[in-house]
Design a protein around this ligand. Structure first.
Ligand code: HEC
Length: 135
């Protein structure tokens, strides 16, 4: 065997084992990284993912259409029907603060906040405005 060929073989062997070693150590590195990573992801202050929160209050029509219409469009369980002056006038006569209080805190079959648990009081009040608009 000539010296040249031997050198080439040694070089090839060295190169391939170096490549092999690099692959193994990358796999080992990954395995270790996987094993030791924290259970919960840790965020540095200021780098937390930003939750998408709705901006600003929903308007009365939106709240009404999502939460109140199920009962108040048809009068389920005696719910005063939207826009029906006959249904609403004796209720409005109680005074607006009573209406607001009953809608926010519940009243007989009327669930508190119409079961919109994440509605603000103002959003509920806007939904009442929407129901009695134009009466
Ligand atoms: C599960 C059915 C239901 C849902 C949903 C519902 N209501 Fe009612 N609501 C009623 C019923 C029934 C009454 C009548 C209660 C009574 O007078 O005994 C009522 C009464 C009311 C009254 C009159 C209270 C009074 O003092 O006369 C208001 C105001 C009102 N609802 C607002 C709302 C608003 C605003 C929503 C949505 C955010 C809503 N309701 C969702 C069933 C419902």
């Amino acid at each position: 065997m000539s010296r040249k060929i031997l050198t080439a073989l040694v070089a090839a062997a060295t190169f391939s084992s170096a490549t092999f070693a690099a692959n193994v150590s990358q796999e080992q590195y990954d395995a270790i990284a996987e094993r030791i990573k924290p259970v919960g992801d840790v965020y540095l202050a200021g780098s937390e993912p930003v939750a998408v929160v709705p901006t600003g209050p929903r308007d009365g029509a939106t709240v009404y259409g999502t939460f109140c219409t199920a009962c108040h469009s048809t009068g389920v369980s005696g719910a005063p029907k939207t826009g029906d002056a006959g249904d609403w006038s004796p209720r409005i006569a109680q005074g607006r603060s009573v209406l607001n209080d009953h809608a926010i805190n519940g009243f007989n079959a009327m669930p508190a906040k119409g079961s919109c648990m994440d509605c603000s009081d103002d959003e509920i009040i806007a939904a009442i405005d929407h129901m009695i608009e134009g009466l």
